[in-house]
Design a protein around this ligand. Structure first.
Ligand code: GTP
Length: 299
């Protein structure tokens, strides 16, 4: 099962940086060394079992963009599952960006009208009033998205992102989520597993990217942070990077604090599971045993 993901946007908007952060274990500080992408760089990322993401990072210089929209048009826009279009929030050439974006939407309407579209207003760390800026950009982008001709694209979602905080993980988790065929079933199994462990919450992460694949049914919102999933992804990725710098491999994590305990361990070949428990009578050893026993079910 191969799903094609197109990553597009103007040159310098940050496409290759986010790809290297999410799919390789690189820190944000190294992205300034990346060169411009020439034409299209294709990557296959085995995501979950037999779900393979076929990521096309499309270099954003004008000459390349023009060729995607003309001679390479059918090759680029065929069989697309998701189009991710990246806009540099501080660009001086928004007008041109929007024109290219509209042309790309037309290509998508022509060859992959079922595709989901994600718009990332990127480098949000550079603006001061993030909330207001995001709303303004979102409105502008949504207005432009409706202008093309042909079938209406059903799903367009806008995120504000930055490689310097967890917002990038939130957006990409959501993107990947649309590609996972059995996400609802996974959620159901995780809810049952959470109940069996008397856990507050259980979260399943993909192994290399540490993006959230599914979670148990949301517990009563009260004490839990809304950004907890993406912050965990970001923290674990940073921790894995530190491990690799001292030539150690990350395997598992265990925490026992007065307020809660947590276990993060391998679930299957491609996933990690995180169990959060607020009941002090439950031992982390018991949680680990439960993970071991649940493995077969999740393979
Ligand atoms: P092409 O390959 O030419 O299409 O460009 P690209 O879109 O792949 O841009 P690239 O990833 O090479 O990033 C360009 C520059 O933007 C790099 O110097 C990155 O460090 C910087 N950058 C990427 N993401 C962010 C971000 O979230 N915030 C800030 N401040 N800078 C970023």
């Amino acid at each position: 099962m191969k799903k094609k993901v197109l990553l597009m946007g103007a040159s310098g908007s940050g496409k290759t940086s986010m790809r290297s952060l999410i799919f390789s274990n690189n820190p944000a500080s190294l992205t300034s060394r990346l060169g411009a992408t020439i034409d299209v760089e294709q990557n296959h990322v085995r995501f979950l079992g037999d779900l393979i993401l076929n990521l096309w990072d499309c270099g954003g210089q004008d000459a390349f963009m023009d060729s995607y929209l003309t001679t390479q048009r059918s090759t680029i826009f065929q069989h697309v599952g998701v189009l991710i279009y990246v806009f540099d929030v501080e660009t001086a050439e928004m007008h041109k960006d929007l024109e290219y974006y509209r042309d790309c939407l037309d290509g998508l309407r022509q060859f992959s009208p079922e595709a989901a579209v994600f718009l990332l207003v990127h480098k949000m760390d550079l603006v001061r009033d993030r909330g207001a800026m995001f709303e303004r950009k979102k409105k502008e982008l949504m207005e432009h998205s409706e202008k093309g001709q042909g079938p209406v694209l059903t799903s367009i979602t806008v995120f504000g992102t930055s490689i310097y905080d967890e917002s990038l993980y939130r957006a990409w988790s959501s993107i990947v989520h649309t590609l996972i065929p059995n996400a609802a079933v996974l959620s159901k199994h995780l809810t049952i597993f959470a109940e069996a462990c008397s856990a507050t919450e259980v979260v399943l992460f993909e192994r290399t990217t540490f993006l959230v694949i599914a979670t148990s049914a949301a517990p009563p919102a009260a004490a839990l942070e809304a950004t907890r999933y993406e912050r965990t992804s970001e923290l674990i990725k940073a921790f894995k990077h530190s491990c690799s710098r001292v030539r150690e491999e990350f395997h598992a994590l265990e925490m026992e604090l007065p307020e809660f305990s947590a276990v993060l361990d391998e679930m299957t070949k491609n996933t990690y599971v995180l169990i959060i428990v607020h009941d002090p009578t439950i031992e982390t050893a018991a949680l680990k045993l439960n993970i071991r026993m649940a493995r077969r079910k999740f393979e």
